[in-house]
Design a protein around this ligand. Structure first.
Ligand SMILES: *[C@@H]1O[C@H](CO)[C@@H](O)[C@H](O)[C@H]1NC(C)=O
Ligand SMILES: *[C@@H]1O[C@H](CO)[C@@H](O)[C@H](O)[C@H]1NC(C)=O
Ligand SMILES: *[C@@H]1O[C@H](CO)[C@@H](O)[C@H](O)[C@H]1NC(C)=O
Ligand SMILES: *[C@@H]1O[C@H](CO)[C@@H](O)[C@H](O)[C@H]1NC(C)=O
Length: 420
């Protein structure tokens, strides 16, 4: 019997490694329902451009952080610097400091630690870090009360590093890094790095959600840590390095470890990612009524952005092809455009020869107006296009780490994407 102990010990690593595969043998992965807060951008059918401006400033600030990381993690300095946008965000955010700039992002419930504590978290394919509010945070918002208490979680350990996400406008999220178990859709990443936020700057304090989980590539992590989904992959908890979003009026979901074929009607069309940092792909064309009006673009697919954002010269060129469209005057860095509400420009985007129609009309710009806001906007300093929520609601989108590609398919249940 003296051999029993070493034999068991030797077999343990094998058991630990093989069990996730046995448990999660479903090739299609697992889903978590996701939801979005009601109308922040459209109030009683009228577009709130003030709120959209604040959101756009947040988007600019987020990419400012990301591109700084790019410059830090790669050399020589990335040609796509964001200096003009830094100025843009500074001016814009200060004029609307109490807007929760993230209100438009899809969220779901996840749990952290042992015993598990549930947090409501935004899912953001445009960044790679994960943070939740710390129990000691005095200004982390009051609408929800979930807090992370490292001392109450038996699986928590301190990394011994602080973190600080400082946006271009001076707003920030800061705190300390921990390692703990994080579960989404029943899939647990053991020893996941997370940020426990002890301080949020003012424009982050009004939100209804507890924190944010980034789903972009590890290279864009400000923490320098493995992001949640990549931890699942490393630990063999998912059999495919694929996650997917289905955004709809009801039944929206984030699927981890595969795709849900019951939700789309065409085969997934896979487009190679051009840079393993953001989810960035070549965008061949943007079309108005089936006719190409701009082409040869590069686009990031970002669940954390509401609009479609592009560089101002290209966006202006796009609107030249929409009759009676007009720029909204008064913005220094943002360029919003209106067009006649009765005209349907039937906007579509083309990737590798396949076109996907997208919702575009945000609604009248003022009560009773016959001019509507277009869903494509210009942001100064944007080195790429950002296809946000209004694009992702029009397609099924799968993000594939295994072979660095993004898959698009038409939705089975076509619906009229309304903006809220
Ligand atoms: C728009 O105008 C109508 C009629 O004048 C009014 O009843 C309604 O409350 C207005 N809506 C908003 C959002 O101001
Ligand atoms: C528009 O949004 C801003 C910022 O969220 C908010 O303060 C304002 O009350 C909104 N205006 C209307 C008319 O809803
Ligand atoms: C999150 O959990 C709360 C409380 O159980 C529930 O009301 C809510 O619908 C859940 N949200 C989502 C998006 O699943
Ligand atoms: C990526 O993998 C999918 C299946 O997961 C496959 O269908 C597709 O052809 C691959 N795409 C690329 C660009 O290699």
């Amino acid at each position: 019997m003296r051999f029993t102990t070493p034999l068991i010990a030797a077999s343990l690593p094998f058991l630990v490694l093989s069990s996730p595969t046995r448990i999660h043998s479903n090739e299609k992965g697992r889903s978590i329902p996701i939801s979005k807060r009601g109308s922040t951008f459209v109030d009683h059918g009228v577009v709130n451009i003030t709120a959209l401006r604040a959101h756009l400033a947040y988007v600019g600030a987020k990419y400012h952080i990301g591109l700084k990381n790019y410059e830090r993690n790669t050399s020589p300095v990335h040609p796509l610097a964001w200096d003009r946008a830094t100025h843009a965000t500074k001016r814009d955010i200060t004029t609307s400091a109490l807007t929760d700039v993230r209100d438009s992002i899809w969220w779901g419930n996840i749990s952290v630690g042992n015993p598990p504590v549930t947090f409501a978290i935004y899912f953001d394919t445009g960044s790679s870090d994960f943070f939740i509010p710390d129990v000691s945070c005095m200004n982390c918002g009051a609408l929800r009360s979930a807090r992370y208490s490292p001392s109450l979680s038996s699986t928590s350990s301190a990394v011994g590093k602080s973190f600080s996400l400082v946006y271009g406008d001076g707003s920030s999220v800061s705190g300390y890094q921990y390692i703990d178990a994080v579960t989404v859709a029943g899939l647990t990443a053991k020893r996941q790095t997370l940020g426990s936020a002890t301080a949020l700057s003012q424009n982050f304090q009004t939100g209804a959600m507890d924190g944010l989980m980034g789903l972009a590539w590890p290279a864009s992590s400000e923490f320098g840590a493995t992001p949640f989904f990549n931890t699942l992959m490393q630990q063999g908890t998912v059999s495919q390095g694929v996650f997917a979003f289905y955004l709809s009026e009801s039944g929206s979901e984030l699927r981890l470890g595969g795709t849900d074929e019951s939700l789309y009607s065409t085969p997934l069309q896979w487009i190679p990612v051009t840079q393993r940092f953001y989810w960035r792909v070549g965008l061949d064309k943007v079309n108005v009524r089936g006719t190409e009006v701009v082409s040869g673009l590069s686009a990031i697919i970002d669940s954390g952005t509401t609009l479609i954002v592009g560089d101002p010269p290209t966006v202006r060129e796009f609107y030249r092809h929409i009759p009676d469209s007009a720029i909204i005057k008064g913005d220094v860095n943002n360029e919003f455009f209106t067009y006649p509400c009765h005209y349907d420009p039937r906007i579509s985007v083309t990737f590798n020869g396949a076109s996907y129609p997208i919702g575009f009309n945000f609604g009248p710009v003022s009560n009773g107006s016959s001019q509507c806001l277009g869903g494509i906007v210009g942001l100064a300093g944007t080195p790429f296009w950002i296809l946000g929520d209004i694009f992702m609601r029009s397609v099924y989108t799968a993000f594939n780490f295994d072979n660095a590609s993004i898959g698009f398919a038409r939705l089975k249940s076509e619906w009229d994407p309304k903006f809220s």
